[in-house]
Design a binder for this molecule. Sequence first.
Ligand SMILES: [Zn+2]
Length: 207
Amino acid sequence: MKNVVLLGPPGAGKGTVAARLVQEFKFLHVSTGDMLREEVAQNTPLGQLAKGYMARGELVPDEVILSMVRQRVDAKKGVLFDGFPRTIAQAEGLERFTTVDLVIFLEVEQEEVVRRLSSRVVCSACGAVYNLITQPPRVQGKCDQCGGTLVQREDDKPEVVARRFAVYMRDSAPLVAYYEGRGMLRRVRADRSPDEVFQAIAEVLRS
Ligand SMILES: [Zn+2]
């Protein structure tokens, strides 16, 4: 079984494709974002430590992330690393306790990401999520479930989406170059349907 790293900017559809890959290929899913949220929610020592950094607006240090990942990795199962590694130090640290066989980079243009994310609205009353392009409400501006008012999250505003995208591309560029230089990176176009993206990755994994 292979260990795979999934990289991609916000809005590339990483969450959707990761869920499908885990289901079809029986990967152990290692999402550092989810793991950190769990540790914080359960108020573990690691969670308390991580919370302090996050509250100060700082990144959780590489060695904290690495020890969390190390606890989770199981040598008998292929692992899908999602949202990790973020830095070259994390990538090097990961290789000290496991191997990485393949890195998939989901490629998508900034324009497409802005179009996708800025079309998302949520119900201010019940939290239901809609997409004005792919899944619009029956009545404009109103929730199908409860009639609440639909609003755009601050994070989904076009200028915020564009900034998050630019920051991701800038910060991940060294990591992409690192894996590319070692012949481990495969680029997969993500400007198409979730099913097409999944099939393209599945083909790479089976080859
Ligand atoms: Zn609602």
